[in-house]
Design a binder for this molecule. Structure first.
Ligand SMILES: [Zn+2]
Length: 226
């Protein structure tokens, strides 16, 4: 984990890209038809310690077979992200990490391919994909797709995409999950806030209004249970 503001992960949630969405809508069906369907080749349970939180989050985690992500890295980042979200009364239930195989294109995040990937896997949501790279442009380290920005790519609703090498990994992961739960691309300029546009180590605070929106919207959308 390195870097100050300028080294932080750039978040793509604010970019509700009309161009990319249109491209995805055009190519998505083609991609789905062309690629061998993905299949799960391994599962691993990630234990957590969130017994008594008022709101409970269950994440489905995915990564391609053959790396570059290692299960231990994903597990550690997920636990650290959960510790950040705990300030809003959100507890992470034991998560499952699924390793998938299939067309090599599924290793990267690219809207038309990723639509086919998610359609093939039919994951529980929210789902987090730890992928090799992003091929979307602009290229963000990590990106969240909520309900409000998924109309033209409905398969991707309630998903998070994290590219290998994402800086401030646990912070970036918590940041993107917060976007999904709140179904909002909003950022905060407040010092130390998790929702700063540029992530930074130690910038993990969420204010009362942010927490309120996350739990209300997340629960209403069926992403949190009580
Ligand atoms: Zn963001």
């Amino acid at each position: 984990m390195t870097g100050a503001a300028q080294g932080g992960a750039r978040c793509g949630s604010r970019v509700w890209s009309v161009v990319c969405a249109a491209l995805a809508a055009t190519l998505g069906a083609v991609a789905a038809a062309q690629h061998a369907p993905p299949r799960i080749v391994a599962t691993e349970r990630i234990e957590t310690t969130a017994a008594s939180a008022p709101y409970r989050l269950r994440l489905a985690l995915f990564t391609p077979a053959g790396g570059p992500w290692q299960a231990a890295t994903i597990a550690a980042a997920t636990r650290e992200a959960a510790a950040i979200l705990a300030q809003c009364g959100i507890g992470l239930e034991p998560a499952t990490l699924y390793t998938y195989d299939g067309d090599a294109r599924f290793r990267d995040y690219f809207t038309p391919w990723s639509r086919a990937l998610v359609a093939g896997l039919a994951p529980e949501k929210p789902a987090v994909f730890f992928v090799a790279a992003t091929r979307n442009r602009p290229a963000f380290d990590a990106e969240a797709v909520g309900r409000g920005n998924s109309r033209t790519r409905p398969e991707l609703a309630d998903t998070v995409w994290v590219a290998w090498g994402t800086r401030d990994l646990p912070v970036a992961l918590a940041h993107e999950i917060a976007h999904v739960l709140a179904d909002s691309g909003e950022h905060s300029a407040a010092a130390g806030n998790l929702m700063n546009e540029q992530t930074a180590p130690g910038a993990t605070r969420l204010d009362r209004e942010q927490c309120a929106r996350m739990v209300a919207t997340g629960a209403a959308n069926g992403l949190l249970s009580r």
